[in-house]
Design a protein around this ligand. Structure first.
Ligand SMILES: Cc1cc2nc3c(=O)[nH]c(=O)nc-3n(C[C@H](O)[C@H](O)[C@H](O)COP(=O)(O)OP(=O)(O)OC[C@H]3O[C@@H](n4cnc5c(N)ncnc54)[C@H](O)[C@@H]3O)c2cc1C
Length: 452
């Protein structure tokens, strides 16, 4: 087979949010760039995602009267990460927000949806029309001369002996002497890597972009790259077991007031915790399933079309179970009716202040928001499992996205951005920080290459 040699200033591996941001920024800097994407269309997990971005100090927050600051955003991320996240990276993320805001603005991809979600002490999750943002970045990159090669998987990194100078696909070498950006996503679709790093999570339902099999991690390891946060990778709770590959079906009714019960009709955790923490807890329950149980008050908080809160869509799919009373709901679910009735009664006593919550739940999400009783019929249930949507551990990088070796030295010419990178999330996850980091660090790696 003939090997073609194609020469550019820089190469980007992967066409999700991080890769498209890097390609757009590099071409905007006047650099010739090729993006190779293994699937026949770009998008990856980014296109499947809910589209929530964690951002502080935005115009939308100001209009909604939300008091937030970069310091509070930083402190919340550090607390959510349990002290494991790399503070240098978190500072860089917060400092780079302005770039993310500008890109969303240029793509005209804002919505008015703003909410408090996992890991946040104030409403900081901004819903963005993610597919419009991706399309905008791709359009701009191509208009500025970037080449996008679909159906091409990077197989290995090419070096000149001391620095990375390109990548090899099955039949081409793409030379990028100024730098290579790995933006190949995580390894949620690699059973082998999940078994290796987090065997206790391997029972989670595989999800995320079909191409996300950890290729970037493996290629960088070959050159001695270090890893961060990898042991903390965990599944996300809240998806129906019959979810299709391209359907977003996550529901977190617990953050709106629902309780979670197992197949015995018992609660087992503080439902306001991050859905990553809940993911691990649910893997330990019978049938690895937890039912979100709520009443008509919480049902009325549904937001059609808004990921994580859209109950209408779940009803259309036939995945929401409803009944006039709690015992009738329990019978529909195959849960002992007397147990569920007792669990709900005890929970309601906690909400009214007559007893302390045995799991320490004090708010709707992350301790924020007033609890409501499960009291007004009809009652509803959503049976959900833990899905491996994303793997928030990965390559060890510096604040400019340059990949570090196990000993902390930098691999010359190699950069990484997005889910392939570790160090941002530590032990747990704040909603929206994965997309924000993909966008901010896609730009940052491009700036570092252009400046180099
Ligand atoms: C259902 C779901 C909902 C989510 N919701 C949110 C949310 O609301 N907010 C949030 O912050 N995060 C969310 N996430 C996580 C977030 O979407 C991802 O972490 C983020 O999109 C990753 O972006 P990325 O550019 O790094 O990777 P991706 O978007 O996954 O892109 C990686 C690309 O690289 C390609 N690729 C892989 N290997 C190769 C190779 N060898 N050669 C060439 N190309 C390759 C892949 O095919 C893929 O297209 C969600 C994830 C899922 C699955």
């Amino acid at each position: 087979m003939t090997t073609h040699r194609r020469v550019f200033d820089a190469i980007v591996v992967g066409g999700g949010l991080a890769g498209l941001a890097a390609a757009q920024r590099l071409s905007g800097h006047g650099r010739s760039v090729a993006l190779v994407e293994k699937r026949d269309r770009p998008g990856g997990s980014s296109a499947l995602s809910g589209g929530w971005f964690a951002l502080s100090g935005t115009e939308l927050q100001r209009r909604a009267g939300i008091e937030d600051s970069d310091e509070l955003f930083l402190a919340d991320m550090a607390a959510t990460g349990g002290g494991y996240a790399d503070e240098t990276l978190l500072r860089a993320l917060v400092a780079g927000q302005a770039d993310a805001v500008a890109a969303i603005e240029q793509a005209a991809a804002w919505t008015d949806e703003l909410k408090v979600s996992a890991g946040m002490s104030v409403a900081r999750a901004h819903l963005v029309r993610i597919r419009e943002l991706l399309a905008h970045l791709e359009r701009e990159a191509v208009a500025a001369g970037a080449e996008i090669h679909l159906g091409r998987a990077a197989r290995e990194l090419v070096t000149d002996g001391s620095r990375v100078v390109g990548i090899a696909t099955d039949d081409d070498v793409f030379v990028g002497g100024s730098g290579v950006v790995l933006a190949s996503g995580g390894f949620s679709r690699s059973r082998e890597l999940l078994d290796l790093f987090v065997p206790d999570q391997a029972a989670a339902m595989p999800y995320g972009g079909a191409g996300n099999t950890g290729d970037g991690l493996r290629m960088a390891w070959m050159l001695g790259a270090g890893l961060a946060d990898i042991g903390h990778v965990s599944g996300t709770y809240g998806q129906h077991a019959d979810t299709k590959d391209d359907e977003h079906e996550l529901l977190t009714a617990n953050y709106l007031g629902a309780i979670l019960v197992n197949a015995h009709g018992e609660r087992f955790t503080d439902e306001s915790e991050s859905y990553k923490v809940l993911g691990s807890a649910v893997l330990g329950q019978p049938g690895r399933t937890a039912f979100q149980i709520f009443d008509s008050v919480v049902r009325a908080r549904s937001r059609p079309g808004v990921p994580l809160s859209d109950m209408e869509r779940l009803e259309e799919l036939g995945h929401l179970v409803s009944a006039p009373t709690i015992p009738a709901l329990a019978r529909e679910l195959g849960i002992p009716p007397d147990r569920l009735e007792r669990t709900v009664a005890r929970y309601n006593e906690g909400v009214s202040g007559r007893r302390e919550d045995p799991f320490g739940r004090t708010g709707l999400v992350n301790g924020v928001g007033a609890l409501v009783p499960v009291a007004t019929g009809p009652f509803h249930a959503y049976a959900a499992v833990t899905a491996m949507t994303s793997t928030y551990g990965g390559l060890s990088v510096g604040a400019d996205g340059s990949v570090k070796r196990v000993d902390g030295s930098h691999i010359e010419g190699l950069f990484a951005a997005g889910e392939v990178v570790g160090g941002f999330h530590g032990a747990s996850y704040m909603t929206g920080t994965a997309l924000t980091k993909a966008l901010v660090f896609g730009f940052r790696t491009a700036d570092a290459i252009a400046a180099g």
